[in-house]
Design a protein around this ligand. Structure first.
Ligand code: FCB
Length: 477
């Protein structure tokens, strides 16, 4: 059993046995366009909802924006060289929709596509498999202005955009992810409003979730039409949801949150239906009148791979009128219809995000997807942790982050032993970056970024990960 309580401190003898991953296991690291690129107004790019949101006072901690971020747009060559130095086999990045199709409709912007062509060619030149995500949250602002994801038409616009990117990059990119974490886009963007576009309406959040998945299904069909050999998937962020006690009311609270967090997406995408209990929970929020005949068939268009992002577990309890004030993401609420469910902390170690560290939850999550939903190959498309890092004599010794990765890789291995067809793992993140509503105050990178000088320093975890990749597993020291 993976045990985050006993991490291998750097330089300390670790007597656990070595773990070897299956041959060809795809070792990578992930980033997203708005979090790293910068160059927000260059090369024909128009604003996305994240530009508008981050420039709205009070939305992002300390008023941070992605205007410059890690300046990756201008540092593509040296950033890919760094990936090669770390031995990455794959790099998961996202394409900025308003960079390649300004305004969200109409023709492609050649300059925007050229940037990604250069990135992909640079990766391929270093033997690094490009893994392309079409949508990591940066909806063109002009599409938000005509309704955003709660509007059905946005799904069709997304499929057009998918075709345009596939036509340009399909000859050199094998792995395609449509959406990253539609739960966040829908329920943080339109429910609690802590993410762009910052709207707070439960019914809109549910509609957004549906149209994101509809857009996904249409995009899968568009990608297949443009590139029949593409390996196409979607990335969902999943949490095991555990009741705080065996009391029936707590168990029911867990069922409700599991419905909204996990089954809202897994069931339509992989089974072609919404769970009946979830629809009943949401009855006072929406009548699901936005769901049209044929939508669920489109949404469940067969995939080649499924991506899972895993960070933590939710432990929940039945409503309690005397409970503590809500954490930041619940005001107003990203849990429409279940706003009063309590999220309980267990007192186990947490990251700088205050997310509980729970490596066994990764085993549970991967097993669940495989055993209850699909035989498709699975990939952990994100997993990682924020900690406060210190640069000392030009080094960053991030033992906490390293231990987090170690524990979760042991969990990933355990899932494989239990029969899960897990084919790869992407660390979040390659480098420190713009952490959405937290701006630059949270560092998830294996590579430290000084935002003034843009100097990159690989942390201890990066050096350790390079060794994991080289050995295709974890060493007995
Ligand atoms: C995920 C996002 C990613 C990053 C990590 C910490 O939800 O996909 O962009 O912010 O969390």
């Amino acid at each position: 059993m993976s045990n985050p309580a006993s991490p291998p401190a750097v330089g300390v003898v670790d007597d656990r046995p070595p773990l070897t991953f299956p041959p060809g296991f795809l070792w990578g690291a992930a980033t997203a366009a708005y979090q790293i690129e910068g160059a927000a107004a260059e090369g024909g790019r128009t604003p996305s909802i994240w530009d508008t949101f981050s420039h709205t006072p009070g939305r992002v901690v300390e008023g941070h924006t992605g205007d410059v971020a890690c300046d990756h747009y201008h540092r593509l060559g040296s950033d890919v060289a760094l990936m090669a130095e770390l031995g990455l086999r794959s790099y998961r990045f996202s394409v900025s929709w308003p960079r390649v199709q300004p305004g969200g409709t109409g023709p492609a912007n050649a300059e925007g596509l050229d940037f990604y062509r250069r990135l992909v060619d640079e990766l391929l030149g270093h033997g690094i498999e490009p893994w392309l995500t079409l949508y990591h949250w940066d909806l063109p602002q002009s599409l938000e202005d005509v309704g955003g994801w709660p509007a059905r038409d946005t799904a069709a616009r997304f499929a057009d955009y998918a075709t345009l990117v596939a036509d340009a990059l399909g000859d050199r990119v094998r792995y395609w992810t449509t959406l990253n974490e539609p739960w966040c886009s829908a329920f943080l963007g339109y429910g609690s409003g802590v993410h762009a576009p910052g709207r707070s309406d439960g019914a809109d959040a549910v509609r957004a979730g549906h149209h994101l998945m509809l857009g996904h299904g249409l995009a899968v069909q568009a990608l297949r039409a443009a590139r029949p050999t593409a390996e196409v998937g979607v990335t969902v962020n999943l949490y095991p949801v555990t009741p705080a006690s065996a009391a029936p009311a707590d168990v029911d609270a867990a069922r409700r949150i599991d419905g909204l967090a996990n089954r809202f997406f897994l069931d339509p995408l992989l089974r072609g239906s919404y769970p009946a209990d979830l629809m009943a929970d949401l009855a006072k929020v929406t009548d699901f009148g936005h769901v049209r005949d044929g939508d669920l068939a489109t949404i469940s268009t067969p995939l080649d791979v499924v991506g899972v992002n895993y960070y933590s577990r939710h432990v929940v309890a039945a409503p309690d009128p005397d409970a503590e004030p809500e954490p930041y993401w619940r005001a107003p609420s990203c849990w429409p219809g279940s706003e009063d469910v309590r999220f309980v902390t267990r007192g186990v170690p947490v990251t700088d995000m205050n997310w509980e560290i729970d490596a066994p939850g990764l085993v549970e999550t991967l097993r669940r997807v495989h055993e209850e939903y699909t035989d498709l190959p699975l990939y952990v498309t994100e997993n990682g942790s924020a900690f406060v890092d210190e640069v000392v004599d030009g080094r960053v010794d991030d033992t906490d982050r390293l231990a987090y990765f170690d524990a979760h890789l042991r969990a990933a291995h355990e899932a494989i032993e239990a029969g899960v067809p897990l084919r790869g793992y992407f660390a979040w993140s390659l480098m420190d970056n713009f952490e959405w509503a937290w701006g630059y105050t949270k560092r998830f990178g294996m590579v430290h970024v000084d935002y003034d000088s843009q100097v990159r320093i690989p942390k201890s975890s990066a050096r350790w990960y390079a060794e994991v990749i080289r050995r295709n597993g974890l060493a007995a020291q």
